[in-house]
Design a protein around this ligand. Sequence first.
Ligand code: PMT
Length: 222
Amino acid sequence: EPEGDLAGSQVLVTAGGTREPIDPVRYISNRSSGKMGYALAAAAVNRGAVVHLVTAPTCLEPPDGVKTYHVKTALEMLREVMNLYQQVDVVVKAAAVADYRPKMVSKQKIKKNDSGLIIELEKNADILFELGQQKKHQILVGFAAETEDLINNAQQKVAKKNLDFLVANDVTQPGAGFGTDTNIAKLVFPDRRIESLPMMDKLELADRIWDEVVKLRYGKTK
Ligand code: PMT
């Protein structure tokens, strides 16, 4: 039997940046390395949880003891996350999901020509919003990567996506956000309470996030 304050819990973590194909050799993506999501998965295993990690492509090795599901696009991530949603107690969405995908995926490599190239994009589903709509017993934790107006944007996302709390990082700050081993975050709650955390290792932030989840879980009946 696993020990730890998440023993008996099934958690779902998403990580990495989705890749939206343009043609057989090109895609649109973002700067997520997967470090934040993988740290969350590793920390949850250490605390006794059954961990499902749905991950977009990264250069990282999945932590030991984690059930890993590899996806590439936002649509694939949506499908995998929805499949797992009913069986989990907690979802933490650290992935950077592409908001748009190319409307047409060319079957052949797009040839270079003398003029420019226009790629039409269409909207991807907002996975976290869907989870918020269908939330029953689950604790739902989002992230927000912002470059301006951090608190306002974060508070709007908490409400719109029906979250239990949100981890907001200003990705323009050195030592925060994409690719780094550290992060600087504010925990934003639905009652507008805000907890500002100092710069810390992503693994340490992961444990702070699980601390909050454990607090919420003890106050919540299944
Ligand atoms: O991977 P690292 O290099 O360690 O970097 C970590 C990180 C910067 C990626 C991470 O800390 C972070 O902020 N992740 C969320 C990035 C993001 O997409 O933020 P957003 O504000 O665009 O989205 C808000 C939330 O909605 C996120 O939880 C996101 O997973 C979710 N979302 C967004 C769009 C979409 N179509 N579906 C979603 O589920």
